[in-house]
Structure formats: structure tokens, C-alpha cells
Design a protein around this ligand. Structure first.
Ligand SMILES: [Mn+2]
Length: 343
């Protein structure tokens, strides 16, 4: 088990009031980590305020304590410390972050490989399959025993960020935590049903439309999906329901990279997923975005059709460069990386 930087432990131990926040458009790791950390701090008698500007996606509203998250921070509040979890870029924090003085010591817990350093104290561990792992390790350093509520929250973090223990980020450290969480009394099947077998029918209808947009490159190595604003409104669906659709494209035999192009007014939000041969994180970074080697995102101007065509050219070139090369090194995650928060 890795140990958190001592200064982070000491700062939290000395704090009375802490703000915990995460990246915008929070995913299961961001929410699970934030909520679990809130509860851990609570056990120490520390008053924790949990702030996430965007509403909790429907998939996660039944997580314990999800209803304690606030979407605005009272401007009069002063904190001894602020912890940003699962956040690789300060720009991904909410608009209402308190001022430097009001926020106290800014602590960052993150595992994104393309993260841009920020904050006063930082625990950045790209080898961790989820930020939830760092939160669990922090709880040990703070001498807080994980209870079933924390178990459920951290299970959500770990399970969603490893794709149900399938992604290459799944390692002994992740599975050791899984065992520790199972010992808190959680029931993995009940949580899987809660997280993945509770789809709103609008999401399934939207999936039908999005899958119908599937296009394969001539080589068959690149698959792309597009999501237009028209599809969302026709299905009475919203962007939060798109989570995981791209994996259907990646799961096609022969496909190395899957792309999802989401129309947002005059530009598009791009998500890319690689099976491991092409480093899409590097490509996204070149396009002004970021992410992990196997999961990344960026934004491009133009219509979905136009963007799809340009991306295809870039990806074909990237694939050519990587012909015969081994899968990209290092642990890879498959977490959401959102360069362009919804407003
Ligand atoms: Mn994460």
C-alpha cells in the first residue's frame, strides 16, 4: 500500500473545516472518492463540505450521501483546506471555487497521467487505477477504519474506473482494495445492479440512435460514433446518458481506436478510446485536450461530420506510426476526461 505524503495527512489532521470537490461532470471515481473522503473526515470530527457544481448523474444519485453534495459554495465560508479529488487540471474545477484565502491549503489527489500540476500539496499517482485507491490509503494514514458506507463509495470509484475490473489499470493494488472493501460488508452484485442495471429507458433509446451512426475507417481499425443535439432531444435524453457508449465501438473486432463525436453548438466534444496500440492521450493533448493513453478527450470546431473526417485522418496517421509497436506502456485507465464542461 502506498503512503500519502505526510504533509497532506498532517494538514487534514489539523483542519476543522474542509471543502472537498472534484472535476466537473463528475464520474463514479470523482463522486465515490469525494463522498468517501467526506465521510472519513467526518469520522475525525472535521466538518466537510462537498461541492460539485454539476448535478449528480442519475446513475449515481443513489450513492450514500450523494444528497449532501452542494452545487454552490457559500462565499462567506472559510476552509482550513480544500481537497480536489480525481482532478488533473485546475480548469476542470467548478466556477465557484472559493478564493485562495477562503480555500485554505489546496490539496490535490489525482491519478490522471496527463495531469497539469496545481495546488499547494499534491498526491499524484498515475499508477493508481482510481483516485478511490488514494482515498482508501489516506483513510489508513488517518487511522479511520473503512465502514460499509465508505466501502460502497470506494467500490463505486474503483469499479467504474476499472470498467468492472477489466481495464489494464486493474492490478494487485486495485484488487487488494476490492478485497478490503468486500470485507466492509458490501454486496458487489447489488452495487453492480445499482450502477449498471438501472438504465433510464431514454438512455437505451439513445444508444439505438448512436449505434446507428457507427462508421468504420477503410482499414477497419477506427470506429466512430456521432451524437447530435437532435438525437438527444428526440430521445428526451441528456449527455450524462452517453457514458460507456463508445466502448461498443471499441469492442468491435479489429478496431484499435474508437471515437465519439458529440455535437455542442458550433463545436464538438471528442472522446477517444484505444485498445492499447495508439496513445490517444498524446493525440488529444496535441489537439488541446488531455487524458490517459487509452482514454482521452478534446474539443474541435465544426460539424460532427466535418470533425469526424478530420479526426479520421489524424488517427489513420497515428495508427501508421504505431504499426508493429507494442501496446503503450504503463498503467492505463479508462476514466472520463472532460475538457469542456457543460455549462
Ligand atoms: Mn478517476
Amino acid at each position: 500500500m502506498a503512503a500519502p505524503p505526510r504533509q497532506i495527512v498532517q494538514t487534514l489532521m489539523a483542519a476543522h473545516r474542509v471543502l472537498v470537490t472534484c472535476h466537473r461532470n463528475p464520474d463514479g471515481d470523482a463522486l465515490g472518492s469525494m463522498l468517501a473522503l467526506g465521510r472519513i473526515l467526518g469520522k475525525l470530527g472535521i466538518e466537510a463540505t462537498l461541492y460539485s457544481q454539476d448535478s449528480v448523474p442519475k446513475q449515481f444519485v443513489t450513492l450514500p450521501l450523494a444528497d449532501t453534495i452542494v452545487r454552490k459554495v457559500d462565499p462567506g465560508m472559510r476552509f482550513d483546506a480544500t481537497v480536489a479529488v480525481d482532478t488533473g487540471d485546475q480548469a476542470l474545477l467548478g466556477d465557484q471555487m472559493p478564493s485562495r484565502e477562503a480555500a485554505g491549503t489546496l490539496i490535490v489527489l489525482d491519478h490522471h497521467s496527463s495531469s497539469k500540476p496545481f495546488g499547494d500539496l499534491r498526491w499524484h499517482d498515475p499508477g493508481a487505477a482510481a483516485t478511490g485507491i488514494l482515498v482508501a490509503e489516506l483513510s489508513s494514514a488517518l487511522e479511520v477504519t473503512l465502514d460499509a458506507t465508505m466501502g460502497e463509495l470506494l467500490w463505486c470509484a474503483l469499479y467504474t474506473d476499472t470498467g468492472g475490473f477489466r481495464y489494464s489499470s486493474t492490478d494487485a493494488r486495485a484488487l487488494r482494495l476490492a478485497a478490503r472493501l468486500a470485507e466492509t460488508g458490501i454486496r458487489p452484485w447489488d452495487l453492480a445492479v445499482k450502477l449498471y442495471e438501472n438504465n433510464p429507458v431514454e438512455r437505451v433509446r439513445l444508444l439505438g440512435q448512436v449505434l446507428a451512426s457507427l462508421e468504420l475507417s477503410a482499414s477497419g481499425h477506427i470506429a466512430s460514433l456521432s451524437v447530435t443535439e437532435g438525437m438527444l432531444s428526440a430521445c428526451n435524453a441528456d449527455e450524462s446518458m452517453l457514458d460507456g457508449f463508445i466502448n461498443y465501438a471499441r469492442a468491435i473486432e479489429g478496431v484499435e481506436v474508437a471515437v465519439q463525436v458529440l455535437q455542442r453548438g458550433p463545436s464538438c466534444r471528442i472522446s477517444m478510446r484505444s485498445k492499447g496500440r495508439v496513445n490517444v492521450g498524446r493525440l488529444a493533448q496535441r489537439l488541446g485536450g488531455g487524458g490517459h493513453p487509452n482514454a482521452a478527450g478534446c474539443q474541435m470546431d465544426g460539424s460532427p461530420k466535418d470533425v469526424q473526417r478530420r479526426l479520421l485522418e489524424l488517427l489513420e496517421a497515428a495508427l501508421e506510426d504505431s504499426v508493429g509497436s507494442a501496446p503503450v506502456d504503463g498503467p492505463v485507465q479508462d476514466t472520463t476526461w472532460d475538457p469542456s464542461p457543460r455549462t
